[in-house]
Design a protein around this ligand. Structure first.
Ligand code: C2E
Ligand code: MG
Ligand code: MG
Length: 686
């Protein structure tokens, strides 16, 4: 038996009573009754019957036609009219009122039931049709998207096959209830999605739109964009909500990638300067609450990286940077941050240190890690770095200040020869400024040629006579007087000013030697120091050839000194250069021998003319000290390479005697002569 609730709107109490009894006979429930239009509307809204039976001529401020139409439009409840007349006007009125039919009096229970059944049926069909039309419209709009359609009254939800497919599910794997959806949402996104849904259902927002993570059948989370629109009744209450779901994982990943890239270095994957400064700033904020909570910043710059890059190529340079990045990461704790600032500069935030010693300890550990040799291209080398350290203190309020001071300390480490760390102290500001001034002064010195060249004779131990001279540059500074190369050569090298300086000294030395050869000693040669930058310069051989022809000096009277470590940096380049210079007659001398790490087997490959034992070994020659054996070993090594051996820095008679006993070829040192200007040297040269 059907239990549909019928509401009766009838002016005539007699007719109303009759209808009530007929309805009860046929198994319907009478939801209520009213006699005037306005009452009918009010009660129907409250009682929500399934159908309204209405006298067509209903009286009241609101008549039957208006009431019926309102009930249909606002409450979606079908109205069945009762009328005594079966004429055209009645029919037109019924249609205008959107009534489902007209029941003509008199009628019996059977007819009544028939009409009610038909009306309810038509109404249901109409509603279904409307819903599917709406759904269809949404589907068309959504294209590749999944569709959902939620009946908020029954809490049933329709998910389209595509909706389920996006989550990796087959059509029959997801039940039509909202839990299937909400339980899959990422725990971190759930609150937000719920809040937005509620806001839209309540009418606070004009549409629902959310990007969030949802779990795929394979367990991973994908990103979806869900859009939805609530369907509301006349009072604005949502009874249904439907919308689309699109898979935006690819776009989200691309966005995340972009966001990541914006703050990371593409080559090494390390945080970039931006992210580093941000983390550092956070660390500063954190420490404000507890000044005893110390941290440190390190500024690290690879020594001679530019040389690797220029000589071995960018691919090898990149390789070295990646290796360095990995080694740095492995020297630190997870809470520390290592960042690549650019080029070969790295910055490190040590999140927590007890004191300076802690930071120094880390710097030593890094040094050890970097020292391990790497195969660069086909050359094996170890890397060194200059490190500046600054420890937090309450005076620092910005990340930039800390980084600036760590940088200044690094500069000091570099100026002191690299491969070491320096802790920042306040005097370093001054020296950074000094360095800038020095650079400016050097530029001026290049323009005005404020150079002075001293020559130090190299004396043969066989004849006791000078065989050659080494040209050593001095800077005649207008205010500071004569400056030694240790005070400016490194800056000249770093700023590339060494190029014009180097060319100047080469030309001057050749010109002077030509004079001495003609006036004093026809076999004299000159030895000129070549800096790393000059050595890497592709035009070096041409320049040397040009200067030789300009000064009319035979190539065999010129020697170029390069340090052992420079020679070993790029063996192919070294070999090529030596060979080309040899065609001009120019010889290469290995300077500061014994201070590098080069293996004998490597050195053997190069056709050097001579090697100079570094003066640190000569200094160690003291009576009764067994360090002499070190010099003996180095001399033996040189001998085995069949090279001429020159000892530099000879200051005492003991040293000279000892070197003579080892049959060293020649010597150079204060004992025999300081480096002097040409005029002061004339006598000594004969
Ligand atoms: P170096 O090539 O090893 O030059 C030898 C250094 O030892 C010179 O220092 C010389 O004055 C010093 N010396 C010579 N005999 C003695 C001695 O008996 N005892 C001691 N303690 N020292 C002695 P200087 O002139 O100060 O040059 C230092 C370095 O600067 C040179 O080392 C060289 O590497 C570089 N240098 C000098 N002139 C030039 C130049 O024209 N171009 C380039 N690129 N570098 C230069
Ligand atoms: Mg030298
Ligand atoms: Mg030397």
């Amino acid at each position: 038996m059907s239990k549909e609730k019928i509401f009766i709107a009838e002016n005539n109490p007699f007719t109303a009573r009759e209808i009530v009894s007929m309805l009860e006979q046929t198994g319907y429930v009478v939801a209520g009754q009213a006699e005037r239009g306005e009452m009918v509307i009010q009660m129907v809204e409250e009682l929500r019957p399934d159908l309204v039976l209405m006298e067509m001529q209903l009286r009241g401020q609101i008549n039957g036609l208006e009431s019926a139409r309102k009930i249909h439009d606002d409450f979606d409840i079908p109205v069945l009219f009762i009328s005594t007349q079966a004429d055209t006007l009645t029919m037109q009125t019924a249609m205008l009122a959107r009534a489902y039919g007209v029941l003509f009096t008199p009628f019996d229970a059977r007819e009544l039931k028939f009409h009610i059944t038909m009306t309810l049926y038509k109404h249901r069909m109409e509603r279904k049709l409307r819903e599917s039309e709406e759904r269809y419209a949404l589907a068309v709009r959504a294209a590749n998207d999944g569709i959902w359609d939620w009946n908020l009254e029954t809490n049933e939800i329709y998910y389209s096959p595509r909706w389920k497919e996006i989550l990796g599910h087959k059509d029959d794997e997801i039940a039509p209830n909202p839990i299937e959806w909400f339980q899959r949402i990422h725990p971190d996104d759930q609150a937000q999605v719920q809040a937005e849904l509620v806001a839209h259902i309540k009418g606070v927002t004009s549409q629902f739109q959310q990007e969030y993570r949802i779990q795929h059948a394979n367990g991973s989370y994908i990103w979806v964009l869900t859009r939805g629109l609530a369907v509301r009744n006349a009072k604005g209450a949502a009874y249904r909500m439907a919308g689309s779901q699109s898979d935006i994982t690819a776009r989200k990943l691309a966005e995340e990638r972009l966001a990541h890239d914006a703050v990371h270095d593409a080559l090494t994957g390390l945080p970039n300067r931006l992210l580093f400064l941000d983390r550092l700033q956070n660390r500063i904020e954190r420490t404000k609450r507890n000044p005893n909570d110390l941290f440190a910043v390190m500024f690290l710059d690879l020594d001679r990286f530019k040389v690797v890059n220029d000589s071995l190529g960018h691919v090898v340079g990149d390789e070295l940077l990646i290796t360095t990045a990995n080694r740095l990461k492995h020297s630190l704790r997870p809470e520390d941050t290592v960042s690549r600032l650019g080029g070969d500069e790295f910055a490190i935030l040590l999140d927590s240190v007890r004191d300076v010693a802690d930071a120094r300890h880390v710097a030593d550990r890094i040094k050890g890690k970097l020292m391990t040799t790497t195969l660069l291209g086909n050359v094996e080398r170890s890397t060194t770095a200059s490190v500046g350290i600054v420890i937090s203190n309450p005076r620092y309020t910005s990340a930039g200040e800390l980084l600036r001071d760590a940088d200044a300390a690094m500069y000091r480490a570099k100026a002191l020869g690299g491969n070491q760390h320096q802790v920042f102290d306040d005097t370093m500001h001054i020296s950074a400024v000094d360095l800038i001034r020095l650079e400016g002064e050097l530029k001026r010195a290049v323009e005005r040629k404020e150079w002075l060249i001293h020559y130090q004779p190299v004396i043969s131990l066989t004849t006791g006579k000078p065989v050659g001279v080494e040209a050593l540059i001095r800077w005649q500074h207008p205010q500071k007087g004569v400056l030694l190369p240790t005070e400016f050569i490194q800056v000249a090298e770093d700023t590339a000013l060494i190029m014009p300086i180097g060319e100047y000294i080469l030309r001057a030395a050749c010109r002077q030697t030509k004079i001495w050869r003609e006036s004093r000693n026809p076999h004299l040669w000159v030895s000129v120091n070549i800096s790393p930058r000059q050595f890497q310069d592709k035009g070096l051989v041409d320049k040397v050839a040009q200067i030789l022809s300009e000064t009319d000096l035979p190539g065999s009277s010129l020697r170029l000194e390069i340090t052992e470590s420079l020679a070993m940096r790029d063996v192919n380049h070294t070999m090529k250069l030596i060979t080309e210079l040899k065609t001009l007659g120019v010889e290469i001398v290995l300077d500061d021998f014994g201070t590098g790490y080069s293996s004998l087997s490597y050195l053997k490959q190069f056709p050097f003319r001579a090697l100079k034992i570094d003066r640190s070994f000569i200094r160690d020659i003291q009576p009764g000290q067994n360090t002499q054996s070190l010099v003996t070993a180095i001399l033996a090594m040189g001998r085995s390479l069949h090279l001429e051996i020159i000892a530099e820095g000879v200051e005492t008679d003991e040293q000279l005697a000892f070197l003579r006993s080892l049959s060293c070829d020649s010597v150079q040192g204060f004992l025999l002569s300081h480096p002097l200007i040409p005029d002061d040297l004339n006598g000594l040269l004969g």
